[in-house]
Structure formats: C-alpha cells, structure tokens
Ligand binder design. Structure first.
Ligand code: ATR
Length: 282
C-alpha cells in the first residue's frame, strides 16, 4: 500500500544484506495489515555500523533488526540491552525509545521455540534430553531457549571441543559437553536433535552424523533453511522421525520487532511461509 509522510520506519542492518528475507517478510505483514510503514534493507559495512545504528533515533526510525556480521557489535553499541541479549551475547532487534535511546533485545531464542511449538506441538521440553550440534552464535540462542523451556539436559557436541566448553561455562545450566567422536552415541535416549552448524547448507557437505542411536520418536530440527529440507531432515524423515525445518525460526523471531514498531501482533501462517519461500527461489 502507498505510504504517507507519517509512515513508521524500521529496517535491517547487514553486510551484505541483499540475501536477507526480512524486508520481504515485514513487507508482507505491512501489506496484510494495511499499515502505513516501511521496512528497508540497510547495507552498512562494519566500520560504519556504530555511527549508522546511533543515527536511527535522529532519522526517526522506530528500530531495526540486526543480522550478520553486526549482532555482537550491536550489543556493545546499544544504550541498554535486555537479559536475553546479554546471555546470548548478541542483539538482533533494536527498539528506539521515545527518549531516543537504543534498546537491544534478542528474539532468536523466542523464534526457535515458537517454531517448535507451532510445527511440532507434541514435542515437550521436559520430555527428555536434547542434543545440540554446533557451538556458534546460533547455538547460544538455541541453548538458552531450551534451558529456559525446561529441557532437563542439553548435550552439546561441537567439532572444536573447547568452543563448546566455553559456551557451556558462559551459559551455565544443564549442559553436558560431548566430545565430537561421541556425538552419535550421545543421541541415545534423547527427544530432540538440533543442528546449529553450517553443515548441510546449500554448497556445503551435509552434517557428518549417524542417526542410528536416535529414538524413533525424537524430533529433528535444523536451523538452516537453504535448502528447506537438508540431508539431515531427509534422513530423519526416512527413518520416521518428526522434523521441523529452519524457516519458521526466521519468521517467528521477527514477530516481537514488528509488533512493537508497527503496533500489530503479526501471524505466521502458510501464506506467509510460501511468500517468503518464493523470495528464496526467485
Ligand atoms: P553461527 O554464529 O552463525 O552459528 P559460526 O560461529 O561460524 O556460525 O559457527 C558455525 C558452527 O558450525 C560451529 O559450531 C562450527 O564448528 P567449529 O566451532 O568447530 O568451527 C560448525 N562447523 C563449521 N564447519 C563444520 C564442519 N565441517 N564440521 C562440523 N562442524 C562445523
């Protein structure tokens, strides 16, 4: 819909940002709810990021999302950050307060959990241990989400053992660090497996993990969404395990920002999914 001079402004910082699906996602919601607002890509290189972020209040923006490689820098630049962003060590959503202060938040843990709640309502956080593969930035959000949801034990396996140990020490809580060669056995008795590594993304080899010890009813999810069905999810489906793809995490993490900037609680449904997906393919 056409915007007016009073349009509400938000956007997404990234470098590069051309691949980001967020403008398409927020644009769909703005159109659906008939809101006088815009959500724009903000291609800002790292050396300009602090200046650009601090300019948001001066430009009248209500806030912005922050994606690779700025999430950690945003944590340092914001005037205040909430506890979740502090624990995860990254900010992905910034709100400009009426006083012009930058409030940093992280909605990735929320997005991860809401995706599971919507796509796999039968999965119960307290139903058994979870295995998380990978110890990068995405793993931090996933582990915080799982621990807060009440998962009794998170078994964390990462190719670089020390990185997993550091993450476990930083986050605290019910994390058991699993040596990489023992990742297959660690699947025994669990009810959730999450891949947070880049392995399986288009153009990379698939995750090197045998599912033989995984219980038949355990949920398998990947945070990768290009491709939507990774080899890991395909293999899990073949052996009968329920699966959830990674696109929903992206869609759900966007909800809190949209709601506060544009004043409407947005919905994630199949129409939105298809629209955002068509942005991936064409
Ligand atoms: P992000 O912050 O987006 O999660 P990242 O910090 O680059 O991304 O983390 C990528 C994850 O993929 C890490 O857990 C990485 O393992 P290392 O800590 O050992 O680097 C994992 N990863 C990347 N390539 C891998 C491979 N070939 N085999 C197994 N894990 C791999």
């Amino acid at each position: 819909m056409p915007i007016t001079g009073k349009a509400k402004l938000a956007g997404v910082f990234g470098w590069p940002v051309g691949h980001s699906l967020s403008p398409r996602l927020h644009g769909f919601w703005l159109e659906r709810y008939g809101i006088d607002g815009v959500y724009v890509p903000l291609a800002v290189e790292p050396s300009n990021f602090e200046t650009a972020l601090r300019a948001l209040p001066k430009l009248g923006f209500l806030g912005a999302n922050v994606t690779v490689p700025h999430k950690e820098a945003a944590l340092a630049v914001c005037d205040e950050v909430d506890i979740l962003a502090e624990r995860i060590g990254a900010v992905n959503t910034v709100f400009v307060t009426p006083e012009g202060r930058l409030q940093g938040s992280n909605t990735d843990a929320f997005g991860f959990l809401e995706n599971l709640n919507q796509e796999a309502p039968a999965w119960r956080a307290d139903g058994g241990p979870a295995v998380v593969i990978g110890a990068g930035g995405a793993a931090r959000a996933v582990i915080v989400a799982l621990a807060d949801a009440g998962v009794p034990e998170v078994r964390l396996a990462n190719r670089t053992f020390e990185r997993a140990e550091t993450l476990a020490r930083d986050l605290g809580g019910p994390i058991t660090v699993i040596p990489w060669p023992e990742r297959t056995e660690s699947l025994g008795g669990t009810n959730l497996l999450v891949n947070t590594t880049t392995q399986g993304m288009s153009g990379t080899p698939s995750l090197d993990l045998s599912l033989e010890a995984l219980p038949g009813d355990a949920l398998v999810t990947d945070i990768i969404y290009t491709p939507l069905k990774t080899k890991l999810l395909e293999e899990a489906q073949t052996r009968g395990n329920p699966t959830v793809d990674g696109l929903g995490m992206l869609l759900h993490q966007a909800r809190p920002g949209f709601a506060r900037w544009f004043g409407h609680e947005p919905e994630v449904d199949t129409e939105l999914r298809s629209f955002v997906l068509s942005g991936l393919t064409g």
